[in-house]
Design a binder for this molecule. Structure first.
Ligand SMILES: Cc1cc2nc3c(=O)[nH]c(=O)nc-3n(C[C@H](O)[C@H](O)[C@H](O)COP(=O)(O)OP(=O)(O)OC[C@H]3O[C@@H](n4cnc5c(N)ncnc54)[C@H](O)[C@@H]3O)c2cc1C
Length: 362
């Protein structure tokens, strides 16, 4: 059996590894011409770490990432109101995670520079081949769309489902600060304003670097433009008086590397497939801010899909329907949880007396 995977991010690579384990012939097609260190990082939660262990990337991610042992929540005056132990959670740069997955695949199974154009269908509506913008064409038994949150394939299969803009934006950066990485001792420190939708998260992603992210309600504030100066001025204007070491981290950040996410929302699709084309990862379901489930869910998808395809004797459509129902409840729970955390973030004063769940990163 041959699977053509479109999109060589976390979901695409993890699915390729899972399918190769059950004997499938797989090719991953990435639009970029190579992987770069662009991209920041994320927290691998226990479900993601378990999935990476299953794929065989566990040792590599433990070597390049950093265990996050506790999440500490404090207000903007530095008063701590919650400490929670995190089990098996690893912060890692996206590039290191991509590399750990790529290293498990033969070089020839990942093709770069293949930007999806369209499918070719037979007269019963089944896809027989995929064509890329450079003219390359590939035939396969199934086609796996792992082309990320803005998935062109999702938009063509489910045109009525659109991403909607949320009012939460997130400025994210990795800073070379070994002294802060050491100071954090494996803790994620999340500082949340008591009155407004504004927070700052700080965590080590290895012994040399930290990831920080500033989440804000863009109906209240926003930056003038996306220049490094504008990002720096904006962060300082809102966080100047926030507890140490936030000032130090901002002062020692190269804002040319800071990235602004405009977060999006989307209801769960009614299905993840059409005939023999199936969506996976962010292409299938969007991760909302605060749940940290984008990468972790994509990894889970990869393993569950391969499990269902193993020894498959049914029609692919039936397997993909099973895949959808195997994921639906969990994904709906993440959506609800993300929306609830978002409400709390935007109006923290309404929730002061309640037990606060730990909102993590994007
Ligand atoms: C460059 C980049 C940096 C990121 N940085 C962070 C981060 O710092 N923190 C965080 O939490 N999340 C980050 N993400 C998102 C995070 O990786 C995903 O939410 C999560 O890992 C789910 O993975 P995915 O494979 O479904 O989607 P993605 O990781 O987005 O991967 C999708 C892949 O498909 C490729 N692609 C898109 N369109 C086409 C096309 N037409 N043809 C072929 N290939 C295509 C993309 O280039 C990309 O490699 C980043 C994503 C990208 C692409």
């Amino acid at each position: 059996m041959k699977a053509i995977i479109i999109g060589g991010g976390i979901a695409g690579l993890a699915t390729a590894i899972s399918l190769r384990k059950i004997g499938w012939d797989v090719v991953v097609n990435e639009r970029a011409t190579h992987y770069t260190e662009i991209g920041l990082g994320f927290i691998l939660l226990p479900n993601g770490v378990l999935a990476l262990d299953h794929l065989g990337a566990g040792t590599a991610i433990r070597k390049t990432g950093k265990y996050v042992k506790r999440a500490i929540l404090q207000n903007e005056f530095g008063e701590i109101y919650k400490k929670e132990t995190l089990n098996y959670s690893i912060a890692i740069q996206r590039y290191d995670c991509i590399k750990a997955l790529c290293d498990l695949l033969p070089e020839e199974s990942v093709c770069f520079g293949n930007d999806f154009s369209h499918f070719i269908y037979d007269d019963r509506g089944k896809a027989t081949a995929v064509v890329y913008k450079n003219g390359v064409q590939q035939e396969g038994d199934i086609f796996i769309a792992a082309d990320g949150a803005n998935s062109m394939i999702r938009r063509s299969l489910f045109p009525e489902y659109r991403l909607s803009q949320t009012t939460v934006k997130e400025l994210v950066c990795i800073a070379d600060l070994p002294e802060i990485s050491e100071l954090l001792k494996g803790d994620l420190i999340k500082t949340q304003s008591e009155s407004d939708g504004l927070s700052f998260g700080l965590l080590p992603c290895n012994d040399e670097q930290v990831i920080w992210y500033m989440q804000y309600d863009c109906t209240k504030w926003d930056m003038k433009d996306l220049s490094a100066k504008s990002k720096k001025d904006f962060a300082f204007s809102l966080l100047r008086k926030w507890p140490h070491p936030i000032d130090y981290v901002l002062n020692n950040t190269n804002f040319n590397k800071a990235f602004l996410w405009s977060t999006k929302d989307m209801d769960l699709l009614p299905a993840f497939h059409q005939k023999n084309i199936v969506l996976i990862g962010d292409a299938a379901h969007l991760a909302l801010p605060f749940t940290s489930q984008g990468t972790n869910s994509a990894l889970e998808d990869a393993i569950i899909l391969a499990n269902l395809l193993e020894g498959q004797k049914k029609d692919f459509g039936e397997v993909f329907t099973e895949f959808y129902y195997a994921r639906k409840d969990t994904l709906e729970h993440y959506l609800d949880f993300g929306r609830m955390l978002s409400d709390r973030f935007l109006q923290p004063h309404l929730f002061v007396d309640e037990e606060a769940p730990i909102p993590l990163a994007k």
